[in-house]
Design a protein around this ligand. Structure first.
Ligand SMILES: O=C[C@H](O)COP(=O)(O)O
Length: 337
């Protein structure tokens, strides 16, 4: 039989967990490339794998707390469509979902006011459609750039692509790094490239996509994370969603520990964005719990944490509905595109 949660108990807990103080972080301006520091970075794959394997089991977020975490997760989603057959109509539907990611009645029953996702993430050509559909909101447009997903077009074109996306209205730019610089250990080239991308972004925030599934080792991932932060990345992001291996927990641990090291040494908080293949509400909670355990609650807020995801929102909405009504609705009711 369906069990319904008591509205007073549940809504109070949801509100307590969901309302967070607004904080503004100084941007990461970067620093000179410190090769001694880069060379010192190691990664112990078996220890990282062990810790990653323990994370889903450690997650014990239940009931009202779970609903609160799921609402928090929604505010951290870069709601994404990155397909060759994207159309203005599909982007409009995505933006409608971004503006109102959860049915109003459901939010009301949780005692919540309106919420939105963290950003809408599209290819350059879809920026005008997103801009029109998001008019009147403060939902940022994130554009993937620099020859996404391979990043192998000429450097001048990659830089120009960033400038054009910023001119078109993107306030967040997700760049892809040249994997070959990492694979050949040319950290100076990676640093210079990232520096140039950061400069081309101007006021727009830049997320550095490492494409970790193509970097060969956890040590390379940790070193690439550090070099991108030294070059001024506002966020480091795992994947394009197009590699054969995208976001994983071990890679995430390696990257967020690099973020922690950078914070301890510079006092600057760099954001983290796992992306690709994250489609289940329970995985979203595991990621948020990992951020909280490794970096603290501050890193579970949308200015420092995002999920790059095209279908995660559908499952979260289903789980929230289940939380309130005790039963699941059909998946197609929550489709976003
Ligand atoms: O950056 C975002 C990813 O491309 C989204 O990947 P996904 O479609 O597997 O959720």
């Amino acid at each position: 039989m369906a069990t319904q949660n008591s509205p007073t108990q549940s809504t109070a807990a949801v509100q307590a967990q969901t309302h967070l103080p607004q904080v503004t972080e100084p941007r990461n301006q970067g620093m000179d490339l410190d090769m001694d520091w880069v060379r010192r970075v190691q990664a112990n794959p078996s220890a990282i794998e062990r810790r990653a394997a323990s994370l889903p089991a450690r997650r014990s977020v239940k009931k009202a707390h779970q609903a609160a975490w799921l609402l928090r997760a929604i505010t951290c989603i870069d709601l994404t469509t990155l397909s060759g057959d994207d159309t203005a109509r599909r982007v409009e539907r995505l933006c409608a979902k971004a503006r109102q990611p959860v049915a109003q009645a459901l939010l009301k029953s949780l005692g919540m006011g309106p919420i939105t996702v963290g950003a809408v993430c599209v290819y350059h050509e879809m920026i005008p459609a997103a801009r029109a559909a998001l008019a009147g909101t403060n939902i940022p447009i994130a554009a993937v750039s620099t020859g996404f997903p391979a990043g192998l077009s000429p450097l001048e074109l990659r830089i120009r692509e960033i400038e054009m996306s910023v001119e078109a209205g993107a306030s967040e730019i997700d760049i892809v790094i040249s994997r070959r610089h990492v694979l050949s250990g040319d950290w100076q080239a990676l640093y210079d490239e990232m520096r140039a991308f950061r400069a081309a972004c101007g006021e727009a925030h830049v997320k550095a996509i490492l494409a970790t599934g193509e970097l060969g080792s956890l040590r390379n991932v940790a070193r690439a994370s550090l070099v991108c932060m030294m070059a001024g990345a506002d966020f480091i992001k795992t994947s394009t969603g197009k590699e054969s291996v995208n976001a994983t927990l071990p890679v995430s641990l390696g990257m967020i520990r690099a973020i922690r090291d950078y914070y301890e040494k510079t006092g600057i908080r760099v954001g983290y964005k796992p992306a690709g293949g994250i489609s289940k509400a329970k995985d979203a909670i595991t990621y948020l719990a990992m951020m909280k355990e490794e970096l603290g609650d501050r890193w579970t807020q949308p200015d420092l944490f995002r999920f790059g995801a095209s279908s995660l929102l559908n499952d979260i909405e289903r789980q929230l509905e289940h939380f309130m009504t005790g039963s699941y609705s059909a998946g197609y009711r929550h489709a976003s595109s």
